[in-house]
Design a protein around this ligand. Structure first.
Ligand code: NAP
Length: 237
């Protein structure tokens, strides 16, 4: 795939996080320019690709804020792909899940994906320098397999919404050659997960670089036909 992304602009939400950094690293290696909305200033400062000539960070953007998302996308040059990694996990049994906690998961996972998809499509249509475009969302295993969401119903529901949007938008945008797909990770091998689950068999967890490879293929022009798919990226899990 060397050079596949040469001259192409790609948005990576959550690009400074664990999975996001692996995706940005791979995209930069393939020649893309990466546009990353950064929520938390500390993350931008720690990010290993800050200062790279083809990394463009936009600071202080909360992707649950409709106006902020619109302004971020409006300011972009011609857009080829938008990769929606921003999100987060919360675990709580039903009786302990408040309305705020439920809405928080829906905002962080489903609303960010919806707003970014909408604004990405608008700019792909407007700039249209390259025919079509690509959107890749990040769901999660409980979004595909709800029984895996026991003890985390709000998270499972929010990722199921990402799965549903991927299928619906994959169909809605097909005639414009904008392919929409998603990956659904199980448990990623990240420093945070290793610290939270020190006794688990970390070798079985999918690596962020492996999942990044799938995302980067789905977002590439070399993905000529796959759309509306949610790819389980479970490794041995
Ligand atoms: N880790 C896993 O085992 C696992 C499993 C299945 C699915 N996933 C999914 O994979 C994705 C990446 O996971 P990860 O482990 O790489 O997480 P991570 O390191 O915590 O990265 C998540 C990123 O999303 C950003 N973000 C969250 N809410 C945001 C908002 N409202 N506005 C702007 N940015 C926001 C965070 O920014 P700030 O840090 O600045 O807030 C962070 O950069 C997530 O969608 C997650 O649900 C992860």
């Amino acid at each position: 795939m060397t050079g596949t992304y040469e001259g192409r602009n790609v948005v990576v939400t959550g690009g400074t996080g664990a999975l996001g950094s692996a995706v940005v690293g791979r995209l930069l290696g393939l020649g893309a320019s990466c546009h990353i909305p950064v929520f938390n200033a500390d993350e931008g400062a720690r990010f290993e690709f800050t200062g790279h000539a083809r990394t463009h960070l936009s600071h202080g953007i909360d992707l649950t804020d409709e106006a902020a998302v619109s302004a971020f996308f409006d300011a972009l040059p011609a857009l080829w792909a938008s990769v929606h990694i921003a999100g987060g996990f919360a675990m709580a049994p039903l009786a302990d899940t408040t309305k705020d906690a439920f809405m928080g998961q829906m905002s962080m996972n489903a609303l960010t994906c919806f707003l970014c998809s909408r604004e990405a499509v608008k700019i792909m249509r407007r700039t249209g320098a390259q025919k079509g475009g690509r959107i890749v969302n990040v769901a999660a295993r409980p979004g595909l397999e709800p029984r895996q969401g026991s003890g985390m119903a709000a998270y499972a529901a929010s990722k199921a919404a990402v799965v549903a949007m991927t299928g619906a938008l994959g169909e809605e945008l097909a005639s414009e050659s904008i392919w929409v797909n998603a990956v659904a990770p199980s448990i990623l091998d990240t420093p945070g997960n290793r610290a939270a689950m020190p006794d688990a068999n970390h070798e079985d967890w999918p690596k962020v670089e492996e999942v990044a490879e799938t995302i980067v293929h789905l977002a590439s022009p070399e993905n000529g036909a796959a759309r509306g798919a949610v790819v389980p990226v479970y490794g041995k899990m």
